[in-house]
Ligand binder design. Sequence first.
Ligand SMILES: [Zn+2]
Length: 203
Amino acid sequence: MLVSPHEAFSHESLLAVFEQHGALLQGHFLLSSGLHSPRYLQCARVLMDPLLATRLCAELAARLQPRLRGAAVSAVVAPALGGVLVAHEVARALGCRSLFTERQDGAMTLRRGFALEAGEPVVVVEDVITTGGSTREVMDAVQARGARVLAVGSLVDRSGGAVDLGVPRESLLALEVPTYAAADCPLCAQGTKPVKPGSRPGR
Ligand SMILES: [Zn+2]
């Protein structure tokens, strides 16, 4: 399947792609937090197809492009582990280098000889934004090197657009993933039992 820069994904076609790849499951799930949810999201399942990862991230890059106001971004930065492939593929589309941060003594840090120059324009990306916490930490690490974050992108926005990071933000798929305490779970009230995601592994 060739990547066409003009081929846009609609919300419905993205939902279908995520569901077909088992990246978005519908049912009644017991999350590792102990909460219950009718949806389970695992972005790694769309990224495991390299051509699809390239296409999705090219689409994200295309949505980010107008937010860059003509600036030539020289690096895309993401937090390990979830953001690494997204940064790599968005950087491929933008024609710049791809870096990732890792935690060192609890702090998000650029390691492995990754360097940013003062004033360098960068984009920060993620697989999923929920509270924006880890994205903010990456932005801090980038800004500590003197580089400028022009925009933030994510494959999925679970915040309903609520997260404000102080820079323009784009996502491919805005998705509500409601969670409930067991006692308040409407699915439990209907008499079904929650399952742990991954207990029936897909191929
Ligand atoms: Zn339940």
